[in-house]
Design a protein around this ligand. Sequence first.
Ligand code: GLC
Length: 548
Amino acid sequence: MKGITSKLDYIQQLGINVIWLSPVYRSPMDDNGYDISDYYHIDPCFGIDCDMDDLIQEARKRDIKIVMDLVINHCSDQHKWFQKAKADPECDYARYFYIKEGVSGGPPNNWRSIFGGSAWEPIEGSTYYYLHLFSKKQVDLNWENAKLREEIYSMINWWLDKGIAGFRLDAITYLKKVEGLPSFEADGADGLVSVSHGSLNRKGIEVFLKELKERTYGRCHAMTIGEAIGIPEEEFMHFISEEDGYFSMIFDFSFCDLNLNPPNNFWYEIKEWTPDELKDRMFHSHRLADEEGWLRVCMENHDQPHWIDHYLPPEGRNYYGATMLAAMFLMLRGTPYIYQGQELVMRNCAFTSIDDYDDCSTKNQYHRAVQEGYNREEAMRFIHAQSRDNARRPFQWDDSDYAGFTAGTPWIKVNENYKEVNARREQLDSHSVLAWYKELIALRRYSKYSKILTEGSMIPVFCDVENLVGYKRVQKEDCLTVLCNYQNREQKINLGKPIKMVIKGKYSMGQIYGNLIRLRPYEAIILEMRATAENKSKAGVEVYEKST
Ligand code: GLC
């Protein structure tokens, strides 16, 4: 905690105004803090309780707000509520959870947990089982129980009173389980079925979400970001409409798992995908959010591999690829989130042994792959590409030991590239990717274009052009066009009328010939145009086949 406070100047200089902290509550850390054993205290591995107060205050001095992660679908098996429930599965606390008798010597139903195996764990010395949608150390809370809901609301209000600006609501669309918790037809050779059938965005969840908002953050209009997986399109606006949405915004995950097969998303079932699929999905979410909803736009987070390795082919994993992706996402409509180190282009890095990984989901995916008949080498290849530990590495501050992250020993190895990739080095280089992030954020927040970039609508353009992500930000007569050449070869675009001005670009500002613009491999450019009818109708495209 003190570490973050000491780096607030760096965060402020980047142009950040809100920090979302992954869970820092007391936790046995089975799932990186997403297993909370005490909601009211900071885990000793992050500091002491007053370090959090200092962080809130110091951040406030710099106009930075603090948003906490709120994990209320489940708590740790070490939480005192569960300890009491386990000791007496018929006591009041047992009703805070889903505790049921087994059936014919087995679990109460055939649900498969998100982190693998049955979603039910036996309670030792009894005939009872408890439900866990995630790991067996993350016990699902029973939201049907009004007493439990009251405990949660008091806790949320306690944090709001402390000066927290809001919450990111973890796994929030899993709160409601289908009545009776029935088995469903198996969807895997293990005879189990994804928990999503009985627990993901089930009917009745709206009652919980409305009450939760009314009793807590809704009263003070705090910022809320829902990790709202699995919402059908027709319900999108219930979650984010400005007027009465359950949350201020939700994550757009539409393209994150492009390479996986839902609902199980096993890492051994990798699919090919194209930049055009990514853009179609991304624009589709924006169309759904329309003018009245608001999205949280992000491409990296603690559950994803680093985006340069995830969204670019090997030939694009360079300075131009990184700056192109940054422009593509930082100009979108919605609130952009930058995951720590994304601005430095921190990279995935592979361990040779599964034992070196810390993440419970990584270990589970490895065992699933081995169970499915892949040999250890193949299983490790899936882990290297997808592991959540790729992004969960110590931040690379400088080239000293452990990348300047700690004077102690970090919980996981530092990426060995820290001598080349680190904040200090990039701060000294005016052409670094870090410098590009600062420029783009400043354009969004402090320039004469701030209004278009925050409030303006978003209109996809050149949608049929292969490997080109293009969109306009429009407000009244003003219009900016963002063009991203998502490929390792050039292409020429006919914009239909002369460009007024190049606002930002890489490759020394693109090449413009009258109405034509030549985009080089992985080039991104931001142009100022006039929003006229002519502008909309005359646009066309010419694709050069030249490879580089
Ligand atoms: C969310 C978090 C993830 C965590 C899971 C269970 O998806 O982002 O990191 O493992 O919930 O809490």
